[in-house]
Design a protein around this ligand. Structure first.
Ligand code: UDP
Ligand code: MG
Length: 322
């Protein structure tokens, strides 16, 4: 136990001025009921609204609440990573700020942790207040990802989970830049179990995950855990080559025997465009991997901290400025 803290609750925040107060209230109520020592780590991911000011007020009134301010928006996964990097607890819980993940479920996670599980992830049995598009794409994506990797990734789970100190230390030691945290948690292993919950409607405000960020996260998940898309391009290329060969032989034989045309220009053009599109698609997939290799090679940090509040002076690494 570091600094006597049993639980660290990591809450990423991006433009969450409408939810932060309620989020703090609900989390505090739940965590107080454990009668054990805890800290709540708000990670302000470069918000442009009043999130920072509101978080600072909370921190000034309650020293168990810590704040990490990023120098700009680095993204949800970077925010979670920072929270884990700077967490003291024996168990670390990651939860969204918008109360879609009910804080009360943390108590069930703690029960499982006390039974000896080192990772307790929240499994969404139902999602309320989310668009049909999001529900369907998420369902397909999680199954696709699972089929692509040998790592056992539970379907229908987000980043809402409790991890033991051991797991947290393992994750902190991974230097990967474009992080897909929920995948990495599965990758590190340990004794894992789930608790089921109904994902609620957002308490207030709009989603901070526009389609662009969702697609980036989806690619991070696939590229960090699987190279099957690259292999698939090879298989498809082989199949196309075989079909082409068969077609060529058929055309030659037909030409020799009957002298009739079996392929018209339109069809040739269509197949050419299709193949050209497919090849560009494959280059795009390679680009997804190469871009990430480029990111790794630059060796830049995952996030930059502008300032922190309520980290102890003695712990120089964490006390950047208040
Ligand atoms: N978030 C963040 N940085 C971002 C986008 C989101 O820290 O660039 C936080 C956000 O404040 C919330 C969590 O990540 O606490 C999940 O985001 P959101 O609820 O908007 O995603 P959704 O539930 O709609 O997928
Ligand atoms: Mg949400």
């Amino acid at each position: 136990m570091r600094n006597g803290i049993v639980y660290s609750i990591v809450v990423p925040l991006y433009n969450e001025e409408l939810v932060i107060d309620e989020s703090y209230k609900r989390l505090k109520k739940v965590m107080d009921s454990t009668k054990e020592n805890y800290e709540i780590i708000f990670v302000n991911d470069g918000s442009r609204d009043k999130t920072r000011e509101k978080a600072e007020i909370i921190c000034r009134n309650d020293e168990r609440i810590k704040l990490i301010n990023f120098s700009r928006n680095f993204g949800h996964q970077a925010a979670i990573t920072a929270g884990m990097d700077l967490a003291y607890g024996d168990a670390v819980v990651v939860i969204d700020a918008d109360l879609q993940d009910p804080p009360e479920v943390i108590l069930k996670m703690i029960e499982k942790w006390k039974e000896g599980y080192e990772v307790v992830y929240g499994k969404r049995v139902k999602r309320e207040g989310e668009t049909f598009f999001k529900k369907v794409t998420a369902k397909i994506y999680y199954r696709l990802l699972k089929s692509m990797t040998s790592v056992d990734i539970p379907v229908d789970t987000g980043d809402f989970r409790l991890i033991d100190r051991k797991v947290c230390d393992s994750l902190v030691s991974l230097p990967e830049k474009n992080r897909y945290v929920r995948g990495l948690v599965s990758w590190v292993g340990y004794k894992q179990t789930s608790v089921e919950f109904i994902r609620q409607e957002r308490f207030a405000g709009d989603t901070k995950y526009p389609l662009k960020k969702m697609i980036k996260l989806a690619f991070d998940g696939i590229t960090s855990l699987s190279y099957k898309p690259l292999v698939f391009a090879g298989y498809f290329g082989g199949a196309a080559f075989l079909i082409g060969m068969i077609l060529m032989i058929t055309v030659i034989i037909r030409d020799l025997i009957k002298k009739t045309e079996i392929l018209n220009l339109g069809l040739i053009l269509a197949t050419n465009i299709m193949m050209f599109g497919f090849m560009l698609g494959c280059i795009g997939i390679m680009g997804q991997y190469i871009g990430r290799i480029f990111d790794e090679s630059k060796g830049r940090p995952i996030y930059i901290i502008d300032s922190t509040i309520n980290y102890k002076r003695a712990d120089k690494r964490y006390e950047i400025s208040s």
